[in-house]
Design a binder for this molecule. Structure first.
Ligand SMILES: NC(=O)c1ccc[n+]([C@@H]2O[C@H](COP(=O)([O-])OP(=O)(O)OC[C@H]3O[C@@H](n4cnc5c(N)ncnc54)[C@H](OP(=O)(O)O)[C@@H]3O)[C@@H](O)[C@H]2O)c1
Length: 263
């Protein structure tokens, strides 16, 4: 069991959506938070709105530059033992493989894959030394099942899940927990911020995201999975949450469904 109270939790993507809901719920449970995303002012406003304001701090980082982010974090957190790292920051995609610029694939990999690897490198040595700690990555159902318009996003999320599986195997002897979270559709800014073929943001929501579970509901599921030291947890409703299990037992059916759907 991983307890939340009095733990130092480094949370990325804290300025919006799932991360914002996580920040609120973790602070209510008595965690000390390090809040990360690019937008420092939003993070500072969030910090001031949280219970026990002085227990939390802001660390603005741009994960599209993972080496720089890792260096800045190593300096900023040199005197801090992080108990739990939640890699939640991420960016999605809405564009066909035929049209998408290679730079968009690279950007998705930088943020959704290398960003996770880089921040894990900041905390894992100390966790191994202390023989305790927990790393969590918010991947996606898209990391198990590919569908239209998400070839770069799914590629990065498949990659991060493979990476997390390997790290889990290596960390077992060091008593460090490793949890991957696979949300289905969650009603956040993810579709609005999703990258199009030329790297511009989509700028509008998608119906399936709007009809997804709330960010608060998703955050509750993530906290439960952390507390229970789950290796992997799928959080969502409907087809988006069933898809990984369906693919395992009926792969042909899932291939037909994703080929028929528009997105
Ligand atoms: N919503 C869904 O349906 C869904 C489903 C499956 C998985 N997920 C995953 O859930 C995670 C959270 O997404 P969300 O739905 O909450 O989306 P969101 O509302 O768009 O939030 C994304 C967060 O990531 C941060 N971020 C984006 N680019 C960044 C960068 N270059 N450097 C640092 N931080 C960056 C954003 O902060 P700044 O803009 O301040 O940098 C923001 O806090 C993502 O990993 C996403 O892939 C979401």
């Amino acid at each position: 069991m991983t307890a939340i109270k009095d733990k130092t939790i480094w949370l990325t993507g804290a300025s919006s959506g799932i991360g914002l809901a996580l920040a609120q719920q973790l602070a209510e449970r008595g965690a000390r938070l390090i809040l990360t995303s690019r937008r420092e002012q939003q993070l500072e406003e969030l910090r001031q709105s949280l219970p026990n304001t002085d227990n939390h701090r802001v660390l603005a980082l741009d994960l599209s530059r993972p080496e720089q982010a890792r260096e800045s974090a190593q300096q900023a957190l040199a005197d801090i033992d992080v108990d739990i790292l939640i890699n939640n920051a991420g960016v999605s995609q809405r564009s066909k493989a035929l049209d998408t610029d290679l730079s968009v694939y690279r950007q998705l990999m930088e943020i959704d894959y290398f960003g996770v690897v880089a921040l894990n490198q900041v905390v894992l040595p100390s966790m191994v030394k202390r023989r305790c700690g927990h790393i969590v990555t918010v991947a996606s159902v898209a990391g198990k099942v590919g569908s239209k318009l998400r070839s770069g996003y799914s590629g990065a999320k498949f990659a991060v899940l493979g990476y997390m599986d390997c790290v889990r195997a290596e960390m077992a002897e060091h008593n460090v927990q490793v949890t991957s979270i696979l949300p289905g559709f969650v009603n956040t800014q993810i579709a609005i911020n999703a990258l199009q073929a030329d790297g511009q943001q989509q700028g509008h929501n998608d119906p399936e995201i709007e009809q997804g579970i709330s960010a608060e509901h998703c955050a509750e599921g993530i906290i439960k999975a952390i507390e229970a030291d789950k290796a992997e947890a799928i959080i969502g409703k409907g087809l988006s949450a069933l898809a990984p299990t369906l693919k395992r037992f009926f792969p042909g059916l899932v291939r037909r469904i994703v080929a028929k759907r528009d997105a």
